[in-house]
Ligand binder design. Sequence first.
Ligand code: UFG
Length: 340
Amino acid sequence: MHVLVAGGAGYIGSHTVVQLKRAGHDVTIVDDFDNSKATAVARLEELTGGHLPLHAFDLCDPDKTEALFASERFDAVIHFAGHKAVGESVSEPLKYYRNNLDSTFSLVRAMKAHGVHRLVFSSSATVYGDAAPQPCQEEFTPLQSGGGPYGWTKVMNEQILADVARATPDLKVALLRYFNPVGAHPSGTIGEDPQGIPNNLMPFISQVAVGRREKLTVFGDDYPTADGTCERDYIHVEDLAAGHLAALEHIDAMTEPVRAFNLGSGVPTSVLGMIKAFEAATGVPVPYEIGPRRDGDLPITYADPSRALAELGWRTTKSVEDMCADTWRWQSANPQGYPD
Ligand code: UFG
């Protein structure tokens, strides 16, 4: 297939590009580099051993998006493009609603106009909000957002794509609900490169380990969990990337126009458990202090990944130790992330 990877220079997109190429697909990347670096694409070309066609523009521009689809024939689109910082989305909601919805509108309009009928969309476990029984199952109707306006953009995108898929003969949409992506390509050449102070646990741990930050603050140790810290379902980005390939390969066989799949391991790990695993896997200490709870954090959330196994033949293969070792290989080789 010729796959358009929207947001292909970003963290999850880049790892998926490597696997798409390895599986023999042709890949074209579109990315506006708002939260990614061109160096990532150069590294991808080294990893995949060839030129990667790249279009640097904002998908919110419907004319540029239409022109791209008019100039090339795509068999499928994987849509990773979007803003993703929960905290920023609370202070800048319009930025999130505009960007995360407009990019989908442009893409889907162009797909419909040019008869492209396979779409894999980056959704999030945040759509389960705080009402879903644990482990989260796809049947739970996502009428909640666990992640501010950012989370609502995922809920809304899911609804919009479901409505469009039901109204468009042949269009198939796979909604992939990610749990907590961490890790990096085992080569250590591509990985997560958050701009500014990381919001998420693993990049914060690795930046403390590499000396960029003094210590980690653990947000609360008085939750009703085994060690008092929050538990999450961490998933290696390589497993996550493989989940996109599995979705792409099975999308034609979907009996419904739209289907949601959890991409998680089904096994929760606590914050303290993650710190210990990182220290054990790398031998590098991670100084931390216990701080107050962070607003909006759930005590525990994890996936029931059985649908993805039954219908996509996909399951996670990498351990928490792999996640930590691979994160460290990337972070220690690239202490400041990608060079400009
Ligand atoms: N944590 C800390 N210290 C930090 C950062 C995180 O203790 O410096 C803790 C959090 O309190 C939480 C756990 O580590 O208990 C994981 O936090 P992350 O921010 O890494 O991940 P979240 O589960 O909060 O976020 C994920 C996704 C978001 C999504 C959100 C919705 O990364 O995209 O779930 O709940 F919106």
